[in-house]
Design a protein around this ligand. Structure first.
Ligand code: HEC
Length: 448
């Protein structure tokens, strides 16, 4: 993905914040959509097989309805599946510019797999519908040539439906696995750099996140089916009492059984996060998401055991809300993990901007003075005051002036033995001058 990296320019701090919001909005669209497409296609596949074994028409109808309703139509596949992923790749190429971090290349691989998967699912959807048309046509009385043509196309569409659904499911499965891996690397950006692609996808962090998505996918599919059959498309579908009870039973069980593991998986996910990424807002959104999930579980209970079907929309929206909160929680963690790098990028941006404007050439910045006034109260070179002695912390910044500038402009928590350093509020050029001054002084004093 180096070519992407070359296309990208460093961005201002405001722009980087905007990119985080955009990534969140895109995931709001993409995650629910891909979840029901995958879940709906799996249901369709299994119930088709059950129909082939038993010949029970209810199975066939359910198989058709689940793929037909949950994949909406092929435009939705493009707008909600493919475009968001492409945009996400571009966003991460900007957020992780100059780092050569695996997130962007993993996302690109996921994109290819998911695109092939989605196309196959839409081929399946169409060929399934065609096959049903073929099934219902009588060819008695036509001449032999037509009969032969007919049965040859009939067979071909059957085969196409069988193959495309398998290809679609396999590609979506692998694609979403790698997608989970890519997001997980971004979430753990400052603490975890997996040695290779395989280390990424088989690490426990990624597997837990992927399993969480699978559960969300199956549960949300069940819930969406309830929502469509009992509320949204109730009049349009004109289902018989029998068929409705059948659908409600399957969909509720899916919703229930796959919702239950989500809290456990979320706990494991948080447990695997490094301490430096545990923020108050991350916990806040996780707890809120779980409360919302428990309310949703309550609605499933009312719906399935008490037959209170009018709760279907409440169930749908509380569960969706819970999923979106999980997206927010992940995005907050990504924001947190990449904060440091973001400051490096925006410092770079400010520098380019200042150069373009020709600033900073005439005015003289007195770094020693700024240091004495703004830092001296808390720091000395050889002795710790409020903050650590520079001799103890500067070695890691030698040759890494940009990172020192980044820290000074936006201090992050480093050493648990100290309180956090407050932001000294320096201008970019000042922060740079002070960083340079510190490193020079450090070399000088060390030489003594
Ligand atoms: C109010 C006190 C205070 C002021 C003012 C202050 N610092 Fe700090 N500084 C700290 C503390 C406390 C830490 C330790 C933070 C930590 O480990 O989380 C620290 C840590 C540091 C570190 C080490 C970072 C690391 O990666 O370990 C550097 C470098 C630093 N300060 C530079 C500066 C500079 C330059 C200024 C002036 C522009 C400054 N500080 C102003 C309190 C202060």
């Amino acid at each position: 993905m180096e070519f992407l990296d070359k296309l990208v320019l460093p961005q201002s701090a405001e722009h980087i914040q905007l990119l985080h919001y955009m990534a969140m909005l895109i995931l709001f669209l993409f995650i629910p959509f891909i979840s029901v497409v995958f879940g709906g296609t799996i249901l369709s596949y299994f119930f088709r097989r059950r129909f082939n074994k038993t010949g029970d028409k209810l199975f066939l109808r359910f198989s058709r309805d689940s793929v037909q309703l949950l994949t909406v139509n092929s435009y939705a596949g493009l707008i909600l599946g493919i475009v968001p992923l492409l945009t996400l790749i571009l966003i991460f190429a900007q957020l992780l510019h100059t780092t050569n971090f695996p997130t962007v290349s993993d996302l690109s691989l996921a994109f290819i797999l998911i695109a092939v998967g989605l196309i196959s699912v839409y081929v399946y959807r169409l060929s399934f519908a065609l096959k049903l048309v073929f099934d219902s046509v009588e060819t008695k009385g036509s001449d032999d040539f037509i009969k032969e043509e007919f049965s040859s196309y009939h067979l071909k569409t059957s085969k196409l439906a069988d193959n495309s659904v398998k290809i679609g499911l396999i590609f979506l499965f692998l694609g979403m696995w790698i997608f989970s891996g890519a997001l997980t690397t971004a979430i753990n950006y400052n603490t975890w750099k997996p040695a290779s692609f395989f280390v990424t996808v088989f690490s426990s962090k990624v597997i837990i996140n992927f399993l969480t998505w699978l559960c969300i996918s199956f549960a949300f599919t069940g819930i969406t089916i309830l929502f469509l059959f009992l509320f949204w498309k109730k009049d349009e579908l004109k289902v018989s009492e029998d068929y409705r009870n059948f659908v409600v039973a399957i969909a509720s069980r899916y919703a229930l059984y796959f919702s239950l593991p989500i809290p456990v998986l979320l706990l494991l996910n948080i447990h695997l996060l490094p301490d430096s990424l545990l923020s108050g807002s991350m916990f806040f959104y996780s707890v809120l998401s779980m409360i919302s999930l428990f309310i949703a579980l309550n609605f499933i209970y009312l719906l399935y055991y008490k037959k209170q079907y009018h709760y279907a929309p409440y169930l749908f929206f509380t569960f969706l809300f819970s999923v979106l909160l999980l997206v927010v929680k992940d995005q907050i963690t990504i924001n947190y993990a990449t904060k440091y790098h973001s400051v490096v990028l925006s410092t770079e941006y400010d520098k380019i901007l200042a150069e373009l404007k020709g600033e900073g050439k005439g005015e003289v910045i007195n770094a020693a003075e700024i240091y004495a006034v703004r830092c001296g109260a808390c720091h000395k070179f050889d002795q710790k005051l409020v903050g650590p002695a520079h001799f103890d912390v500067l070695p890691k910044y030698v040759g890494k002036e940009a990172q020192l500038v980044a820290f000074i402009r936006n201090p992050v928590k480093v050493d648990p033995a100290y309180p956090p350093m407050p932001n000294p509020g320096l201008k970019p050029a000042e922060a740079e001058a002070v960083a340079k001054y510190l490193l020079e002084e450090y070399q000088k004093q060390k030489g003594k």
